[in-house]
Design a binder for this molecule. Structure first.
Ligand SMILES: CC(C)(COP(=O)(O)OP(=O)(O)OC[C@H]1O[C@@H](n2cnc3c(N)ncnc32)[C@H](O)[C@@H]1OP(=O)(O)O)[C@@H](O)C(=O)NCCC(=O)NCCS
Length: 190
């Protein structure tokens, strides 16, 4: 039995992928977990099923939970991940994701349904790729970045830690200042 921590849509999505992998899952809210009323040994592994508004806050919660137990990731059965890429243990890879060769994905990153990460790109710790986000070759994305659904990051650019890219944005140049960027070509709005 895998414990999925969370109670929102992301926890449901995580649980659905795990069930498709043949696992039994139980979803419990973070509040319950933080009361330390659960027995870690009852579960084969723990998966963190929360995204939330702030990835910095997600990072802090993950650090706290990892004092109790290591958190696990997964690779959905329909995902294709190059054997010469390096994926941290806690990464969540959803249905239909494609990861090309020599890609590096840091701890607790989330590659949501249908996201594509092309060759030699890197995705930082706790960065979230929305459904069908497309990261072209040799792109470097920092930690705690939120890349909206369907966004496209053109080859060779870098995105500084803590950036938010809106759904459908096309990022044509490197982003050096953390903020929120939308549109095509992507422009900073805050
Ligand atoms: C970019 C984003 C984070 C901004 O959210 P926000 O800070 O709450 O911004 P607001 O909704 O107040 O919008 C601010 C302005 O940006 C515009 N805007 C917001 N998102 C936009 C987008 N993706 N593309 C183009 N313009 C966008 C709004 O129309 C608004 O313009 P206005 O000031 O002229 O009215 C959000 O709109 C977004 O795209 N999130 C991604 C969601 C997603 O993909 N989730 C995946 C879940 S699995």
């Amino acid at each position: 039995m895998i414990l999925v921590i969370g109670q929102g849509g992301h926890a449901e999505s995580v649980s659905s992928v795990l069930r498709a992998l043949g696992e039994h899952t139980q979803i419990k809210s973070l509040e319950f977990v933080s009361q330390e009323e659960f027995d870690v040994d009852r579960y084969s592994s723990l998966v963190f099923g929360i995204v939330g508004d702030s990835l910095q806050s997600r990072n802090r919660t993950i650090s706290r939970l990892e004092q109790v137990s290591k958190l696990s990731g997964f690779v959905a059965s329909t995902a294709i991940v190059s054997s010469v890429s390096t994926i941290a243990d806690s990464v969540q890879i959803f249905e239909g994701v494609i990861v090309g060769p020599k890609v590096i994905v840091g701890e607790h990153a989330i590659l949501n349904t249908g996201a594509v990460v092309e060759h030699e790109s890197s995705i930082g710790r706790n960065t979230f790729l929305g459904p069908r986000a497309t990261i072209l070759g040799r792109v470097s994305i920092g930690e705690c970045c939120y890349i909206g659904a369907g966004a496209v990051l053109l080859p060779g650019i870098s995105v500084v830690s803590g950036s938010v890219i809106g759904a459908g944005a096309v990022v044509t140049r490197s982003i050096e200042e953390p903020g929120t960027y939308v549109g095509s070509p992507a422009r900073q709005i805050s």
